[in-house]
Ligand binder design. Structure first.
Ligand code: FAD
Length: 357
């Protein structure tokens, strides 16, 4: 039987860009806190902060719930590079042995996590939408759920492992994945699906400065310049209002109306894949299973039927408003407010009413 007793605590990769923490890192600290409580009273939720000059972020991490912040700083870590981050993260995991390591399923998280998993020879579940702690024995759980051979798995594994849930087969089923025979258990998690904790001003925790061993020879790329996108910045995951358009817009010019709508209500423009595939708008606006998962306060779905792959990316929004000609379509059925009609008439009316008290 493998002995995992050295592996303790939950780590969250505290991804930051240009000195700002990305939202999903804070969401994972909130989720990790719940998981830690289920494992044991001693289990700590730890943020791993990598970069250079990132000290101002440490307090923010405590205030969102981190018990411990591991700080890995070096001028060579100023910009994200796969080689450097994978090396220092792997070294830290080998040294401190966390039981679970979580990353946001961002471009950086999706690049970093598999490299670290490969170096550690452990498993990784990508793109999770739900995490739980398996409170029963794994083998009982497996025996109940599967008819496949369980040969090779450890029948006596008493650990409380991580149950990782992610969409599979085009979103038609949800797969639950466990990693009984390796540590740490690692997952990337979609932005926007977990809840951030309320910020607790003044909360403080433990800081551990990790000795980083990195040299230029470890890094095979050089970042010459960071260029911000010249086009409109899309921050769907952080938006509190999203105005999304689908095939019902008719053509690309329909997005002029959606942009004006978003400007009016202080929202960000989203889109269905049908609209993206038609070339009416860039892919970065796509909401759904193969786009971005969002959780705004208000989601306006304009001319979007509500295919399962679209719903997978927005159904946990606080308030859903559907505008559609077809009252029977899934989006109209799901919506908190379903407005039946032609979006070209309904949207201008909402815009007019928006400022009326
Ligand atoms: P449609 O389904 O064609 O719906 C158009 C709607 O507009 C209809 O309900 C219609 O009644 C309404 N309408 C028409 N005219 C008007 C009008 N004048 N006023 C008001 N309403 C009007 N889709 C995503 O969105 N995101 C994803 O991430 C995604 N990933 C996918 C992954 C896979 C593996 C697969 C197979 C598919 C994926 N899809 C995704 C595609 C998805 O299955 C649907 O095809 C797509 O969401 C449909 O987009 P839509 O609702 O805009 O178009």
């Amino acid at each position: 039987m493998k002995d995992f007793s050295d592996y303790k605590n939950i780590w969250v990769f505290a991804e930051q860009r240009q000195g700002k923490l990305v939202n999903v890192a804070l969401e994972l600290i909130g989720e990790g806190k719940k998981l830690a409580a289920e494992i044991s009273d001693e289990t700590r939720i730890c943020a791993v902060l990598i970069g250079n000059g990132v000290d101002p972020l440490v307090e923010e991490l405590y205030e969102y719930g981190a018990d411990t912040v591991y700080v890995l700083q070096d001028p060579l870590l100023e910009q994200y590079t796969t080689d450097a981050y994978a090396k220092v993260m792997t070294d830290a995991i080998n040294r401190y042995k966390p039981e679970i390591v979580l990353y946001g399923a961002t471009h950086i998280g999706r690049d970093l996590a598999p490299r670290v998993a490969a170096r550690l020879n452990t498993g990784l579940t990508a793109d999770c939408t739900r995490l739980d702690i398996n409170t029963a024995n794994y083998m009982d759980y497996l025996e109940e759920k599967t008819t496949a051979s369980l040969a090779g798995l450890d029948r006596n594994d008493p650990s409380k492992g991580l149950k990782q849930t992610r969409p599979a087969f085009g979103g038609n089923l949800m797969a639950t994945i466990i990693t009984p025979n390796t540590r740490p258990q690692m997952a990337t998690v979609r932005p926007g699906v977990m809840d951030k904790r309320e910020r607790e001003e003044g909360a403080r925790g433990e800081r551990i400065d990790v000795n980083v061993e990195i040299s230029k020879e470890d890094i095979h790329v050089e970042v010459l310049e960071v260029v911000k996108a010249a086009k409109e910045m899309v921050s769907l995951t952080d938006a509190s209002i999203i105005c999304s358009g689908g095939r019902g817009l008719g053509d690309a010019s329909g997005f002029d109306l959606i942009r004006a709508f978003a400007d009016k209500v202080g929202g960000v423009v989203g889109a269905s894949r049908a609209a993206v595939d038609a070339g009416w708008i860039e892919q970065s606006h796509q909401v759904g299973q193969t786009g971005t998962t969002v959780k705004p306060h208000i989601y306006f779905a304009c001319g979007i039927s509500g295919a399962i792959q679209h719903l997978a990316g927005m159904q946990t929004s606080d308030i859903i408003v559907a505008i559609n000609k077809d009252p029977e379509c899934p989006m109209m059925q799901l919506a908190d407010y379903a407005i039946e009609g032609d979006l070209k008439k309904v949207i201008p009316e909402i815009m007019e009413l928006w400022d009326v008290e």
